[in-house]
Design a protein around this ligand. Structure first.
Ligand SMILES: [Zn+2]
Length: 117
């Protein structure tokens, strides 16, 4: 699912998230990244997310870390309300009641927290 271009964006985004996770572990002076908690919006399959993570973590200290996926509702942006972001199952803006635009898949996951030791 998704164009190859969007897949590349997702891999790039995962690369940034892994770098961010490693930076957080370093900040806490904990050398081993054990668990990476991601929050995922929309319908991106777990298998894809695990695949992206493996692709970008191989050869880094994030390799071997356990990926924990937290599912959130689809994420929407309401342009009527100057780009208000919210989570919803039907896309209706809680602020103005307009149907908002779904956030594209290539920005549909984010780093929640890490566990390091
Ligand atoms: Zn709105």
């Amino acid at each position: 699912m998704g164009a190859p271009e969007s897949r590349l964006n997702q891999i790039e985004r995962m690369r940034v998230l892994v770098a961010q996770a490693l930076a957080e572990a370093r900040q806490q002076a904990l050398p081993t990244l054990r668990v990476v908690h991601l929050v995922v919006y929309g319908n991106l399959p777990d298998s894809d997310i695990h695949h992206f993570f493996e692709l970008v973590s191989t050869g880094t200290s994030a390799s071997g870390a356990v990926l924990h996926i937290d599912r959130a509702g689809s994420r929407y942006i309401c342009w009527n309300c100057c780009g208000t972001r919210f989570e919803s199952s039907d896309g209706m803006c809680p602020n103005c009641g307009e149907i908002a635009m779904e956030v594209p898949e290539d920005i549909a996951f984010g780093l929640k927290r890490i566990e390091a030791g």
